[in-house]
Design a protein around this ligand. Structure first.
Ligand code: PLP
Length: 360
């Protein structure tokens, strides 16, 4: 067996301990005589799996009792519609447009009501986070929406926007569980798990109870009402059962690593290795405003498309995979999620140093 260092933005690297455990349990999960893939989501065994996953996530994020945790399907993109369908009581919402995912959410919300862009960084290819301390938010806006970590561009809100009392909704797909959060500052926190938590197919929604109502937009399908899933504890229909099981293992792995404060320290240490090199390199440079740099996604360029392509190809041959940047930005992007070991980042930087020497 040989594993590479996988810098993919998503689906992405998972902890080896988790993969090994899942492999061991594949044929016979804890004496049940079957794989978790094969068991009823209504069985006692599975009930323990999903309940433990929720309890461990609550523990990790210190989620207060007045928030529900929902394990849903449809990816983060489904939430772009589900949020306005459930939350747009006044048919108005404020969007902060800091990248393609935020923009897609903003466009989708326009189907359902008046979605106002109150700030944007599109003028400079989304390479920074706009000042959100005093935004012109309509008084009757139902919520303020952000994409907290911009996977494609590599920026992160280091400070939450001043919502002026409005409910904050955040897409945290690519920074989920990368550091401690104060859940009480949000109305909704959600993310697809395939970036930083588990296999594709699960989206986790953490939502304050008062936002879960029958009063959704007319025509909202049963499956797209938060209330449907909250009332049934995520078992209204068959959930993405195997994916939730793997997420549960990752939660336990995070706890064994010391929880989110310890993970933040580890993530800061890893990111610093790469950013420090980018700042001193004579060939490579980072593409975003320093103060807004993400700990999870690190885009960089050489300035030459040809050299970029050469770098990506040679890196792949050296066991450093998926370093090609998003097609809208070009260059390279190293996603260094929770499960990327420090040695992976060190190997990458050593390789970049070598490449720089040879291609001066
Ligand atoms: C990947 C990503 C999405 C889209 O996720 P899907 O699960 O594919 O719908 C949305 N938002 C962010 C921040 C992402 O990184």
């Amino acid at each position: 067996m040989s594993r590479v260092y996988n810098f993919s933005a998503g689906p992405a690297v998972l902890p080896e301990e988790v993969l090994r455990e899942a492999a061991e349990e594949m044929m016979d999960y804890k004496g049940s005589g079957m794989s978790v893939m094969e068991m009823s989501h209504r069985s006692k065994v599975y009930d323990t799996i999903i309940k433990e996953a929720e309890a461990d996530l609550r523990d990790l994020m210190q989620i207060p009792d007045n928030y529900k945790v929902l394990f849903l399907q449809g990816g983060a993109s489904q939430q772009f519609a589900m949020i306005p369908m459930n939350l747009m009581k006044n048919k108005k919402a404020a969007y902060i447009v800091t990248g393609q995912w935020a923009k897609k959410a903003w466009k989708e919300a326009q189907i359902y009501g008046e979605a106002v862009s109150v700030a944007s960084s599109e003028d400079q290819t989304f390479s920074y986070i706009p000042d959100c301390s005093d935004l012109d938010i309509p008084d009757d806006a139902d919520y303020v929406y952000i994409c907290e970590n911009n996977t494609i561009y590599g920026t992160k809100f280091k400070e939450l926007p001043n919502t002026k009392g409005h409910t904050l909704v955040a897409d945290v797909s690519s920074c989920f569980l990368s550091e401690p959060v104060d859940v009480t500052k949000y109305g909704v926190i959600y993310g697809g798990v395939q970036k930083n938590i588990g296999p594709a197919g699960v989206v986790i929604v953490i939502i304050r109870e008062d936002l879960i109502t029958e009063d959704t937009l007319p025509g909202t399908p049963t499956m797209l009402k938060y209330k449907t899933h909250a009332d049934a504890a995520s078992l209204y229909n068959t959930p993405p059962a195997y994916g939730i099981y793997i997420c549960g293992k990752v939660f336990k792995w995070l706890k064994s690593m010391g929880g989110l404060s310890a993970i933040r320290e580890r993530n800061e240490e890893k990111a610093k290795i790469l950013y420090d090199f980018l700042d001193e390199s004579s060939l490579f440079r980072g593409t975003v405003a320093k103060e807004d740099r993400s700990l999870m996604n690190v885009p960089f360029v050489t300035g030459s498309g040809e050299l970029d392509a050469k770098f990506v190809a040679e890196a792949k041959a050296a066991g450093l995979e998926n370093l090609k940047g998003h097609r809208s930005v070009g260059g390279m992007r190293a996603s260094i999620y929770n499960a990327m070991p420090k040695e992976g980042v060190e190997k990458l930087v050593a390789f970049m140093r070598e490449f720089e020497e040879k291609n001066r």
